[in-house]
Design a protein around this ligand. Structure first.
Ligand code: SF4
Length: 350
């Protein structure tokens, strides 16, 4: 095992130095930026993350600045990245860091993992990359690499399989150069040992990779037996008064929690006519728009947008959680991707 460990880590580190990524904007940055990048990179690719990351650190250059922002401002910067709980947790964690750690990012693993939105692998990555501490990581990419390299079959989300992978991750961790090794694992998962068509012929550990040697690379990691994902239907109302659109703020929980959204009528949740009557809205024109589908991790949402031009802007809907906004202004706000797509298609938006 010792020889295998040395060769795996040493080969990866040597490969990273010549073939890895060295110009990511958060490389070599402080713990705040490393943390932010780690959270943004969960479920999201590097190319998508970079502009979001740059806008975020420009607006919130320090943990104190992030803590002092409103949730609304934070979510507006997250708008389009998806998985908004990440943005809300980041904001809450910044406030906790200010309260409990005087605004300095904590350096102790147990203090880091106690912050909202930070799991074992993310805490370990921050410790290793920002503070050069000795911790193994196991994110989605590393799970895939290790399942193949060590020949571990079974769904990696399964507790037993995850425990085996953690064991291997710990066992393969080198004594020195942990930060480069962690970066090497991330780079390798993103560029060589990819989900489909891995570039095994360029891989520095091909000679000791169980999956490659036994020709079962395409069978690992074992895919989860997926049930068909459920489908839901909903109607989104684009209520327009002149160039203004009615937006409603969602309750903090749920998939679009805390975001500004269009009024939504789910199956069995009332009719358009009831909504209009209840809110004393007078429709002057109704325009049917093409239905479209938005796919979340756990379900598909078929959206029927209905554009209604209204003749009035009734006073009773001018509340803190409902606003009439010009489409261009609304696009600057914390709105979910399907709403963004719809607003971009409106004839009044140039
Ligand atoms: Fe991944 Fe192929 Fe390298 Fe094995 S040889 S670690 S499967 S890229």
């Amino acid at each position: 095992m010792a020889a295998k460990k040395a060769s795996f880590a040493q080969r990866l580190i040597a490969w990273q130095r010549t073939h890895g990524r060295h110009d990511l904007p958060w490389q070599g940055a402080d713990a705040y930026r490393v943390w932010l990048s780690e959270i943004m990179l969960q479920q999201t690719q590097v190319v998508t993350v970079i502009p979001y990351y740059q806008r975020f650190v420009t607006s919130f250059p320090t943990i104190a600045a992030l803590a002092a922002a409103t949730e609304e401002q934070v979510l507006a910067h997250w708008s389009g990245l998806g998985y908004y709980a990440r943005g809300r947790n980041l904001h809450r964690a910044a406030q906790l860091i200010v309260e409990k750690h005087h605004g300095e990012f904590p350096q102790v693993f147990d203090d880091i993992i106690a912050l909202p939105g930070i799991g074992r692998s993310t805490a370990a990555a921050i410790c290793a990359l920002a503070f050069h501490q000795h911790h193994a990581i196991l994110d989605g990419n590393v799970k895939r690499v290790l399942a193949r390299y060590c020949g571990i079959a079974g769904w990696t989300g399964d507790k037993k399989i995850a425990a085996q992978l953690w064991q291997q991750a710990e066992a393969l961790l080198p004594e020195r150069d942990v930060a480069i090794y962690i970066q090497a694992q991330m780079d390798m998962g993103a560029t060589l040992c990819t989900r489909s068509k891995p570039k095994c012929c360029e891989c520095p550990v091909q000679g000791s990779c169980v999956a490659f040697q036994t020709q079962c690379v395409s069978a690992l990691p074992t895919l989860r037996l997926r049930k068909a994902i459920p489908e839901k239907h909903t109607t989104l109302l684009l209520l327009m008064h002149g160039n203004n659109i009615l937006l409603e703020k969602r309750a903090p929980q749920g998939i679009w929690g805390g975001l500004w959204c269009l009024p939504q009528l789910d199956d069995g949740n009332g009719l358009v006519s009831d909504y209009l009557q209840h809110n004393a809205l007078e429709v002057s024109e109704r325009i049917e728009l093409a239905e479209f589908t938005h796919t979340f991790t756990h379900y598909k949402l078929h959206i029927t947008p209905v554009l209604l031009r209204v003749a009035n802007q009734p006073l009773q809907i001018n509340q803190a959680d409902r606003v009439w906004l010009d489409a261009a202004e609304a696009l600057q706000g914390a709105i979910p991707t399907p709403v963004r797509e719809l607003l971009k298609r409106l004839p009044s938006h140039h």
